[in-house]
Design a protein. Structure first.
Length: 220
């Protein structure tokens, strides 16, 4: 159970603009995230790491590939919901495995809070930073999707887990909208209308992440 007061979404503070001034003190402290950890090792295309630098995809192509990947993850989450509620023959109830997957999902989601903030901030910086943050976020979304599937397969409380999957679905859907907004806003001035749209999507993403973290925290 949780109190009636709802945690506020995380804030996005870019170039002097605080786009959501209320901070949540117990959800968004991420001691596990290493800011010095390189983002270059994570790519939407793991098999392309040996390509000649002159053949690397443009930022626009990277965004298009990322959109395709995130859209597939959203579809897989729908399948996870089906397994959770209706796929009795596919479920393998195991409380220990479920708890392990749930704890890993909690850790990954907490780190994604920080990574998504860096992604939005990078839209005002260089294209290489933006693409690096994009690929890092997409890799994390992939892991979140896989862990959610494991929760769906191993859960012993399918109704409650189905509600959790719905929260993950909201995060993935909203991140897809956020990266689409970032694709249009990249390199633009903070006063540009496309940047305003990105900030609104970023605030929405912070809100659904707050909901997901709350659900994970009270899950029992």
């Amino acid at each position: 159970q949780h109190s009636s007061s709802s945690p506020a979404p995380a804030s996005y503070h870019l170039n002097g603009f605080n786009h959501h001034p209320v901070h949540n003190q117990d959800v968004y402290t991420n001691s596990d995230f290493d800011p010095d950890d390189s983002l270059e090792g994570t790519s939407v295309d793991d098999g392309d790491s040996d390509r000649d630098p002159t053949e690397l995809d443009s930022p626009l192509q990277e965004f298009q590939k990322a959109e395709e990947v995130v859209a597939k993850i959203a579809k897989h989450l729908q399948e996870s919901k089906h397994i959770c509620v209706n796929g009795c023959e596919q479920r393998q109830e195991n409380e220990d495995k479920f708890l392990r997957s749930r704890d890993l999902l909690t850790s990954e989601a907490r780190q994604f809070v920080t990574a998504s903030k860096l992604f939005v901030k990078s839209a005002t910086e260089s294209e290489s930073q933006l693409v690096g943050c994009l690929n890092h976020c997409v890799a994390m979304i992939q892991r979140i999707g896989s862990l959610t599937r494991e929760c769906a397969v191993t859960t012993t409380t399918p109704d409650q887990t189905n509600q959790l999957i719905a929260k993950v679905q909201e995060v993935v859907d909203t991140y897809l909208q956020t990266l689409q907004a970032a694709k249009l806003a990249k390199g633009k001035d903070m006063n540009d209308p496309t940047m305003n749209i990105l900030m609104k999507k970023a605030t929405a993403l912070a809100g659904v992440l707050t909901n997901l973290m709350r659900s994970l925290r009270v899950f029992n």
